[in-house]
Ligand binder design. Sequence first.
Ligand SMILES: Cc1cc2nc3c(=O)[nH]c(=O)nc-3n(C[C@H](O)[C@H](O)[C@H](O)COP(=O)(O)OP(=O)(O)OC[C@H]3O[C@@H](n4cnc5c(N)ncnc54)[C@H](O)[C@@H]3O)c2cc1C
Length: 389
Amino acid sequence: MVDVLIVGAGPAGWALAWCCTESGLHTAVLAPAPTGGWPATYGGWFDEFGHLPASAFAARPPATTVITRTEQRVPRDYVVLDNDGLGRWLRHPSVRTITGTAEEVTVGNNGATVRLTDGQRIAAAVVVDASGVRRALSGGPPRGAHTEQTAVGVRVPAGAVGGLADPEVATLMDWRPAPGALGASGQAASFCYRVPVGHGQMLIEETSLARRPGLPHEVLRERLHARLAAAGLADLAPHREERVRVPLDLTPRRTGEVLAFGVAAGLVHPATGYSLASSLRLAQPVATAIAEALPRSPAAAVRAAQRTIWSSSAFAVHGLRRYGLRSLRRMPPESLNAFFEAFFAQPAGTQRAYLSVRDDVAGTTAAMRAVFHASPPSVRRHLLRASVP
Ligand SMILES: Cc1cc2nc3c(=O)[nH]c(=O)nc-3n(C[C@H](O)[C@H](O)[C@H](O)COP(=O)(O)OP(=O)(O)OC[C@H]3O[C@@H](n4cnc5c(N)ncnc54)[C@H](O)[C@@H]3O)c2cc1C
């Protein structure tokens, strides 16, 4: 029997496994490929990832911009992670790895037993569901229509992108419409995300920020290829495609006999789709909460960890961010430009308060108020309408 069994070998699962082991807990990670690579390109703000070693970063571009009606310099550094470097750092050699797929969990007074699809059973004091959006042991994936961020991207040689992008600059959003593609695909807005990803490559990705249901990948692919073709880069399009589909309205998992962590816990920022930085930063306090409460009982350890993840202030901030999501989802394309122009004109601290600090209610509210006041009346009307369910 292990102290902590973590179901899922994504970055959240491994970050928690590392911290649990360092906290003296006998820890195991269970997944179909427990030491397999992570194919997605992970990015975020450098100030959220400052505790990671240099080997965990693939690129830290010297400038970050957004393009709305104008091009604005963003006063925070954006980074792209090196998944292999991050994985090497997080995969603690003392963590036991188990290859398999969890199917069911039974929880008793002294711990839990997880049954795998091959019939194997594994006993643990605390079971953690870190299976991402599948939520394999904590209620399953979201059902019905939900709000999603979708994207289609390609990695291309940085030296070839001169017609489309500065290979040294991370452009988080270029809201200029893709040439010719809008007419055929309706008016749902999307933007182009372009970031250097290291190894002499850039990721060019057409992204739909928030839509219910998500904008289909075919539409985004059409727009991406239109941008590449207009810049004389049509030949680059067949490169390996990256597809993103991130549910933005996952219900936070605050209770239950199984501890959810990472995307499974609902740690996704409703307005950006990002979760990685929160998972990496929460791993240590969650591991500490488990280690301190486990001598009382497994149930006490799960509750202590749930309170650490979803403090009342974190839950309140999540509610404010959900309000932001509703505003964005309902905003017509012509207002999105003005909204983001107002947002990215704010000082770094205000931007950070909304995008990165998950338990500062006053800071989040102040940031929302600042953007509201900096927005033109048409945008303010949309922001207010979001208060109507
Ligand atoms: C292409 C793409 C790009 C993204 N970019 C970013 C980004 O830049 N920044 C960001 O913050 N987020 C990004 N995301 C969101 C991303 O999903 C999460 O940030 C991150 O992968 C979540 O980590 P996680 O460990 O919670 O879950 P996941 O990475 O989804 O890991 C889930 C793990 O659970 C395992 N598993 C599933 N079911 C079972 C089961 N029944 N039994 C055992 N194991 C199981 C899986 O095999 C996997 O190992 C992106 C997503 C995609 C798809």
